[in-house]
Ligand binder design. Structure first.
Ligand SMILES: [Zn+2]
Length: 495
């Protein structure tokens, strides 16, 4: 989303007065004031995805231990989008053109004092063109209540004034008819509101909401002086915490011991994964730190090697996987998404410290084949930077989300690692099925695709390792499997 944020913010804001005499805005700032992900262990990422022949889905959203109604609201928001998307696209005949995609990501706006706010971003590609939408969700930790964007304002009159300012702004900038139907006085039209560090209010509209797709994202800023009389008590508290954060978020009850709730975002009715062992409380303590890429001394030209690869983390269940791998002294290859590395840098660092290989799987898990060369580069570069910052190691391998690649991806210059064994662990959230498929399909030299975001896949690992050991396979990182010296841009499926 980094690239999307930077892109397509056309137009400059102009002063408008609407129903108030106070100056409105001259500030050209239109990016949401995102903050770095809080790193304390109450803040978790829930990630899920599917890779079907007719639709590609990846969602990540926050879960904050102790903020139950917030978690419910965010989870419900994402589930509703998934249901809608799945209904439209899952089970269609493959169309032959580009595959529809849903990608949900998020950033924190504020997590300080007794207020929490996130901005959810959804990119939906319908097979011909894509559009992005945003909405903000707030949490009033004092009351234990989730709050919509519009609850930053104090009532009907304030909302009416905001709508009037928006209409003037859009008209001045030449967007759509006046009044613009996409900015009418309906709450759903104003579902993304955020404060800037100076107290101004950022109002943003979805792609296509108030302008044609070519205009990109449309947003404008209302000056703090204008906004001031509109704010609810809650809005004032949010504004104050954005302008001058108290520090850590204070929740009324914040037991960090509860595990992530089961998530069932698979298009098939997924079984409820057991989620009692993924509390992010235990880092796997490697007793010794092996040299990076231990197993390098294994010669896979002689030894029967296989590589296990784990995509889309790191998340809480990655910790449990690391503990299993450490117990058995097995090194694997991770393909994390950069956004999750930024949110869970400790887990990424623990993986590298334990001798695992860490590659690049884009920042937001996007289907690169439907993005511009600029976005492709940004997605890959920002992930290189995130992994380097968290682990000290710069990835030397790349895996395209959904295995979807093209010449622009190759041009980035990292060897592209695909897979030759896919147990479809995203479809069947069942450890026995996943283990059976992997063991039935894997021969020496193969690369196995798994996802550490699914607790059931982590559950399958002991049986997989047992089965490999019985057959005399040595599990090694991908680079070792392939014998090193990989060619930039080349696509590898197996040894
Ligand atoms: Zn993936």
């Amino acid at each position: 989303m980094i690239a999307l944020l930077a892109a397509a913010c056309g137009g400059t804001t102009t002063p408008s007065t609407a129903t108030t005499s106070a100056p409105t805005t001259t500030t050209p700032v239109e990016s949401a004031p995102l903050i770095a992900a809080p790193t304390d262990e109450r803040f978790e990422v829930v990630a899920d995805g599917s890779n079907g022949p007719t639709a590609r889905v990846f969602v990540s959203y926050p879960r904050v231990a102790g903020a139950d109604s917030f978690n419910d609201a965010v989870g419900e928001d994402v589930r509703a989008q998934l249901d809608e998307f799945n209904e439209l696209y899952i089970g269609d005949e493959p169309g032959g053109v580009a595959i529809p995609e849903l990608n949900v990501s998020f950033d924190y706006l504020v997590a300080s004092g007794d207020v929490l706010g996130v901005r959810l971003e959804s990119y939906e590609f319908a097979g011909a063109s894509g559009g992005t939408s945003w909405r903000t969700v707030y949490y009033d930790a004092r009351e234990g209540l989730v709050r919509s964007a519009i609850e930053l304002l104090t009532g009907e009159a304030a909302f009416t004034e905001l709508v009037a300012v928006a209409q003037t702004e859009l008209s001045d900038r030449g967007f759509g008819p006046s009044p613009n139907p996409g900015a009418g006085a309906a709450v759903r039209n104003y579902d993304s509101l955020a404060f800037l560090a100076n107290g101004d209010l950022l109002v943003e509209f979805d792609d296509y909401q108030v302008a044609s797709g070519g205009d990109g994202r449309v947003a404008f800023v209302v000056e703090a002086a204008t906004v001031d009389p509109w704010l609810s008590d809650f809005g004032r508290r949010v504004q104050a915490q954005v302008m001058s954060p108290d520090g850590a978020l204070t929740l009324p009850t914040a037991p960090p011991t509860t595990a992530a709730p089961p998530t069932t975002t698979s298009p098939t009715p997924a079984t409820t994964p057991p989620a009692t062992t993924d509390a992010p409380t235990t880092d796997p303590p490697p007793t010794t730190i092996p040299a990076p890429g231990s197993g390098e001394d294994v010669d896979c030209a002689i030894v029967a090697c296989v590589a296990l690869t784990f995509d889309d983390g790191p998340v809480a269940s990655t910790n449990r996987l690391l503990a299993i791998l450490a117990e058995r002294n097995v090194q694997v290859t991770f393909f994390p998404v950069g956004s999750n590395v930024e949110r869970n840098p400790d887990i990424a660092a623990a993986a590298v410290a334990a001798g695992h290989e860490v590659g690049n799987h884009t920042f937001d898990h996007v289907d690169l084949t439907t993005r511009s060369p600029d976005i492709i580069r940004e997605q890959m570069q920002s992930t290189q930077a995130a992994v380097r910052a968290a682990t000290g190691v710069t990835p030397t391998l790349f895996r395209a989300p959904y295995g979807a690649t093209n010449g622009d991806v190759a041009a980035f210059g990292l060897p592209q690692i695909m897979w030759s064994v896919d147990p479809e662990d995203w479809k069947d959230r069942d450890a026995d099925i996943v283990a059976q498929r992997v063991l039935a399909e894997t021969d020496a030299g193969e690369i196995v695709l798994l996802h550490d975001i699914h607790p059931t896949s982590v559950d399958a690992i002991p049986a997989i390792l047992d089965g490999f050991a019985e057959r005399g396979f040595t599990v090694v990182p991908v680079t070792t499997l392939l014998g090193g010296d990989l060619t930039p841009g080349e696509v590898y499926y197996r040894r």
